[in-house]
Design a binder for this molecule. Structure first.
Ligand code: ADP
Ligand code: MG
Length: 406
């Protein structure tokens, strides 16, 4: 008998018919003699609907209130799912994050799981239930509800799988696995049989939203085998696991893109030591992650332009902070561009190959796509381009690196 954690994303539970279909799936896994824990997302569109409501009230909703608001979507699904499973003649109970002991830090809207007390889940399993857990949420030390950020239900599922030493964590979604690029954008993208934690981590953190990055980190740290597959059919999915010798050796694993980017530019700040640290300390103090940074060389006026990217969600907060800093330094103002996106090529194999960057830039240039910012590491190269060209960029790079051929 295996212990299996099954996570179902928003499209997999989008309406009552889908919830019933997913309940059948969980029930049949249990009937085969397995212990099953189900983790659910909010029904597709719910989270966006709540966010829209909040923004009809204010541009910058209080994050504590946002968390309570957003966490309700997953609760709705979990209760409905438990009912649907009961209807099939099996025992089931729904639980909120708090009820299954998911403790997080206090960074509202992007909280980090610190601890899970799995005793309640163990008890529910021992009593023959299929526990259904509302994903994406926990509580902080003050018992306030926190949420885990976009894709947070993936992290709930993997964290529960780790806490209970589950045999596998299955991530059910609307595609049949992890592809060499988003299959909605690149029709001839190739599904991977297996991918290593490290490569998946890199792809996820660079925008392949099929898995949340933190969930992959968790899976790696606790050696939880992850399977990504579709809840709409029986096609075998992609196994995310430890790297082994059988894994295909490729230079480039995949192309990812991320539209959730905004570029903030400080114009003409004085070019002297300490400026960058002041700016980025202020941003870090507000709990905002900075992605790429570009500082231009200064010209005659001994001032420089400094650009960086943050997620769209943080962009208003970040530019507010930066305006203050710019005023203190006597800068020439701050501009924000939300019409940008990041395209990346990812692959652990590229560290031993020359010419990958050159090929990427050449491909974009031949497509007439202007590169605004570049960043590289040993296993990825990212370029910021205009959002209107992003899909074209992904397709051109997928083609140029021959990723459709196995
Ligand atoms: P869920 O609601 O089930 O969590 P998500 O929308 O978060 O689903 O993730 C699934 C989506 O991820 C797919 O519909 C696909 O468009 C997108 N995606 C992006 N990059 C990839 C990739 N490399 N492989 C598979 N899917 C990808
Ligand atoms: Mg998701």
């Amino acid at each position: 008998m295996a212990l299996i954690v099954q996570k179902y994303g928003g499209t997999s539970v989008a309406d009552i018919e889908r919830i019933k279909a997913v309940a059948e799936r969980a029930a049949s896994t249990a009937r085969q003699g397995n212990k099953v824990i189900v983790v659910v997302s909010a029904m597709a569109g719910e989270t966006d609907k709540f966010t829209k409501y909040a923004h009809e009230i204010t541009d910058m909703p209080d994050e504590r209130e946002m968390d309570l608001l957003l966490s309700s979507g997953e609760r709705v699904t979990s209760a409905l799912m438990a009912m649907a499973i009961q209807q099939l003649g099996l025992k089931s109970m729904s639980f909120t994050g708090r009820q299954v002991g998911i403790m997080t830090d206090s960074s509202h809207t992007k909280a980090v799981i610190e601890e899970i007390d799995a005793s309640r889940l163990r008890k529910a399993l021992d009593e023959g239930n299929i526990p259904v857990v509302a994903g994406f949420q926990g509580i902080n030390e003050f018992s306030d509800v926190t949420t885990l950020g976009r894709g947070g239900s993936d992290t709930t599922a993997v964290a529960i799988a780790a806490a209970l030493s589950a045999d596998v964590c299955e991530i059910y979604t609307d595609v049949v696995g992890v592809f060499t690029a988003d299959p909605r954008i690149v029709p001839d993208a190739r599904k991977m049989e297996r991918i290593s934690y490290d490569e998946m981590l890199e792809m996820a953190s660079l925008g392949a939203k099929v898995l949340n990055g933190r969930s992959v980190e968790f899976a790696k740290n606790y050696s939880v085998p992850l399977v990504v597959r579709s809840s709409f059919n029986q096609t075998p999915g992609t196994l995310v696991t430890m790297e082994d010798r059988d894994m295909e050796k490729t230079i480039i694993t995949g192309i990812t893109h991320d539209k959730n980017q905004a570029r903030i530019t400080l114009m003409r700040v004085p070019d002297r030591p300490g400026i960058a640290s002041t700016i980025f300390e202020a941003i870090a103090a507000a709990n905002i992650n900075v992605d790429m940074i570009v500082q231009n060389v200064s010209s005659d006026d001994n001032a420089t332009d400094l650009s960086f990217t943050v997620s769209k969600a943080d962009s208003n907060k970040a530019s507010g902070i930066i305006r203050k800093v710019s005023d203190e330094f006597g800068g020439k103002g701050v501009s924000m561009n939300s019409d940008v996106a990041k395209v990346s090529i990812v692959g652990v194999g590229m560290q031993s190959h020359f010419g990958v960057a050159a090929r990427m830039f050449d491909t974009l240039s031949k497509a007439g796509i202007n590169i605004m910012m570049i960043s590289t590491s040993e296993i990825k190269i990212s370029c910021v381009v205009d959002v209107s060209r992003i899909e074209e960029a992904v397709r051109a790079l997928h083609d140029s690196f021959n990723l459709d051929k196995s």
